[in-house]
Each structure stands twice: as C-alpha cells, then as structure tokens.
Design a protein around this ligand. Sequence first.
Ligand code: HEC
Length: 285
Amino acid sequence: MRFRTRWRMIAGLAGFGLAAAGCGAQASYTPPVFPPGNVVAGAQLFTKTCSACHGLTAEGTVGLAPPLWQKGGVVSPNYSTLTTLTAFVYKNMPKIAPGSLTRQQASNVATFIWGLDGKTGSSRAHQLLAMLTPSGSAPTTPSPSGSSSKFLSANPRSKTVTLTLIAGYNSANHGGFNFDGGYNGDMTVTIPVGYKVTVDFKNQAQFPHSAAIIGPTGSSATGPTIKGASTPHPVTGTAPGGSATFSFTPHTAGGYRIACLFPGHLLLGMYINLKVVSSGTPSMS
Ligand code: HEC
C-alpha cells in the first residue's frame, strides 16, 4: 500500500480531489504527470525566479526562505521523492505567485534542486551548484579577509563597508540597465547585520537612475524599505553623470534588493541582490 499512500499524498499536494480515495475506485483517479525535467532550464529558472528568496546558490536566506540543499541533504517531507518535490514546487512556489509555473517548469526546477541536494551523488551536486555560481566554484562561507570585489571595501574591525555602485557600468541589460554590470539579481552583496554600509552611487548611463534598498520581490517600489537607504528622490532619479552617497545599517537578516526606482527600470531587471546575514564578513559575488 506504500505506493497508493504516496500517490494520495502527491494528489493532496497538487490540489487534486480525493473523492475516489478510500472507496476502492483508485483506478479512476489519474495522478498528476510531470514531464522529465531539464536541469539547465531548471537552473536558469531558479536564478530568475527563486533566488531572490532562496539565495543565489539556494543556500537559503535567514528569516525568508529555507535552504534547498545542505550537507547530508535536506530533511523535509517535500524531498521524499522527485515527484513529491515537483508537486510541491508546482503547487506552492514561487511563494509570491503559487501556481504560476507550468508542469514543465516545475519539473525542470525540481530536477535541478533534487540534484543540488546530493540525491544524485555529491559530485553531480557540486557540478550543479557551479551552474549557479558565476565564478564556477561551489559556494563557501565568505572569505575572512573582508572584501571580495573591486566594488566593495570592508573594514571588519570598525564594521564599515563601502559599496561603489555604478549605474550603467557597462552595456549589459538593454544597453545599460545595470549596477556594476549586474542585473536581474545576478549579483549579490552580502552584509552582516550591524555593519554600516556607505553606498557611493554614480550614474554613468544616458538616463536618470537611482538606487534604493527594497524588499526581495515586486516591481513597483517607490521608496526604500530601510529608512534613508536610497539616493535622493529615487523615483525622479539622479541625472546622467551625477552622483550621490547614502548610508544605512541593516539590523534584520533577510533578502533585499538594491534597485533603481525610476519608473519601469526595476521591471527591466535593474536590481542586484542584497543579502543581510546574521554573521560573517561582507562580500560581493
Ligand atoms: C517570495 C519568496 C520565495 C520565492 C520567490 C520562492 N520561494 Fe520557495 N519557499 C519560500 C518559503 C517561505 C518556503 C518555506 C515553506 C513555505 O512557506 O511554504 C519555501 C519552501 C520551498 C521548498 C521546500 C523546502 C523544504 O525544505 O521543504 C522548495 C523545494 C522551494 N521553496 C522551491 C522554490 C522554487 C523552485 C522557487 C522558484 C520557482 C521558489 N521556491 C521560490 C519562499 C520562496
């Protein structure tokens, strides 16, 4: 009966009626069928749709979303089989828009996560993780030396960090809708709580741009979620060639975005991720 029980659980997860269960008519009930998943498409979907909450390398974000892989594997009923995982993702994720994934997309991303979790062997998991990490190496805890990018300079002793944020750094994303070359959350600045962050913003683009710390999702913010954490008049923006500086000290771990709030720019993907962690050293990747 293990088989039937399992399908009943999946049916429940996928929101299918259970009218047939328990009256000997299981044959008339068709469990959801998911097509085979494609891990490459799954990794791409993960970066685009899931990483804002679960972290760029699926390591989880404290207070926001659980890790999707761990040493030794994630112990959660959602991971009992690949089908269970797929059904969970299909019905519940992304958390802000459950039910928005097609079966193929759910299958792709679940197949990817299933492999990340070491279920298909640790060397495979390592390989898959590398697909999420731009440098090609598996994620590790940030290096103790402090900064890890030419845009970030940190002083762990005074708990201060300066982030050089250049709007329109290069032509990436529709001709320049990026910060330091990053967009659509493909870069992450990691800051431990209690660090004072000074953002040196420069607009090197042809259009007005701004920078503000906002929540991890949505595309219609008009101001920062952390008080004072934006360039002046973030919706009007700073003119081409202009610059501005602002500082803030995050006190709550979680996922945020550094985004341009000039109308439409966030929708175009003009944001990078800001991850506030409970301990460690600042880094950027
Ligand atoms: C808005 C934030 C957010 C986004 C975006 C998001 N998730 Fe989640 N996810 C969560 C939270 C919170 C949970 C914890 C369980 C719950 O609340 O349903 C979770 C749980 C999960 C779990 C179960 C973990 C476990 O240990 O049981 C999986 C798997 C998962 N998410 C996959 C995804 C995938 C795949 C995507 C992208 C398609 C995604 N999530 C997008 C917030 C998010």
